[in-house]
Design a protein around this ligand. Sequence first.
Ligand SMILES: NC(=O)c1ccc[n+]([C@@H]2O[C@H](COP(=O)([O-])OP(=O)(O)OC[C@H]3O[C@@H](n4cnc5c(N)ncnc54)[C@H](OP(=O)(O)O)[C@@H]3O)[C@@H](O)[C@H]2O)c1
Length: 440
Amino acid sequence: MRVFRVIAIALPCFLAWIPAQGASCDLKAGDANSAGPGCARAWFDANLRINAALLGFIPNSVKKGLLSLTPVRRIRNAVFKDLGLPEDMLQFVNYPTRFDCRDATAALKGAGIVCPRLEDYAFRLWDYWERNLDPDLFIDRTLKGQVAGKVVLITGGSSGIGLAAAHKMAAAGAITVIVGREQDKLDAAKKEIEDALKSTGNSNGGTVVAASADLADLDSCDRVAGEMIDSYGGVDVLVNNAGRSIRRSVHLSVDRMHDFERTMTLNYFAPLRLTLGLLPHMRARGFGHIVNITTMGLQTDTPRFAAYLGSKAALDEFGTVAGRELLGDGIAVTSVRMPLVRTPMISPTKAYRALPAASPQDAAELVMRALLRRPVRVSRPEGFAAEVLSTIAPNTARLVAHLVYAVMPESAPEARPAPRRPPLAAGVGAITRLLWRRQP
Ligand SMILES: NC(=O)c1ccc[n+]([C@@H]2O[C@H](COP(=O)([O-])OP(=O)(O)OC[C@H]3O[C@@H](n4cnc5c(N)ncnc54)[C@H](OP(=O)(O)O)[C@@H]3O)[C@@H](O)[C@H]2O)c1
């Protein structure tokens, strides 16, 4: 394992180090659109050189043959899309380019005017291209461009993250269908969204539809999917957001199999059932986006959430695999790994009151990010950092998580009457136990 880690770190460094021999290519390092020509220049200077001679040993005919295969072309296009490079860039690697200025030099002879060096003005041409000609400029990347007039189904849209996301979808002109168990909550949410549209004078806002269903009853999922198909011919965007969280240590769950079953039912089987019900229509229309609201806990592997994280991991993995299969059908599946968000879901957990948490509006921004780019995953930098730590130093990550687990209190009611040790004593106790029970 250690060898793989060293390779994983060393390889990118090595590739970046290889000196260019005959060809170079600029990899987009940031968006220069909003900055001035100086920025374009900095961009132009900060290039990553790729040695085209690396693939020189492959005969041209073989390269061309391989690249004309549809699967290879699609993989190449996907890689280029991820890197933000134009697909036809490949033909210009090693392209024999000559800029002939002999006529201009002859005509300018004696005038005291000389042709500038390419390096001195190329950034201006690039800047002009980026500002006026880049085809990406003409794609509507606003939320309105993505969802206006489309049908967006948000489960758990009557509260917290789902409600904040529903506000944004309706404001962008989507037909927003919110689902929850309690009709009163749904009606209040619908009114709140409609009032917000009115108060902001948004005449382009979409309609809000409230549909009550207990999604933990899987037949209700089929009913909701059926109603969506009957009323709208299907949905364009499905946001699987309704969920249930349980915070309880594994050793306190040994006779609580039902905790594992209920988290799996609402967090995995319900979104799965809805997805399966709506998928045939998405495929038939050649368009669809399934957004699964999962959690940053999948990156931090937070103790006391085994049941919850197990169910979210199932949803996350299902989505990743389904997304790979459905790519060719025009359907994307995104997992939004939410950080801690201040919503009714976390309010019963006293331990979280003092912790920093995102607002539902911040969380809705992450949902928007999913809709705008349709990536496989949306996650926060802290989640990514935790993932990196677990990969390069798994034992340290486990130890840190265990110590945090030891000092944080239980939420389970039966554990509360036990006298609670101060955090410092709990931490020292945990370390002593670890040393005492040290594994060889
Ligand atoms: N809050 C966080 O810190 C956090 C962090 C990571 C991930 N998440 C995830 O984000 C999602 C939304 O959580 P939230 O914090 O916004 O929760 P919330 O404010 O408690 O909202 C939950 C929503 O789901 C609905 N719901 C619950 N059970 C349902 C059922 N059986 N059938 C249909 N609808 C149901 C609720 O409406 P009714 O009660 O009327 O049914 C409500 O609209 C969840 O999947 C959660 O796991 C939250």
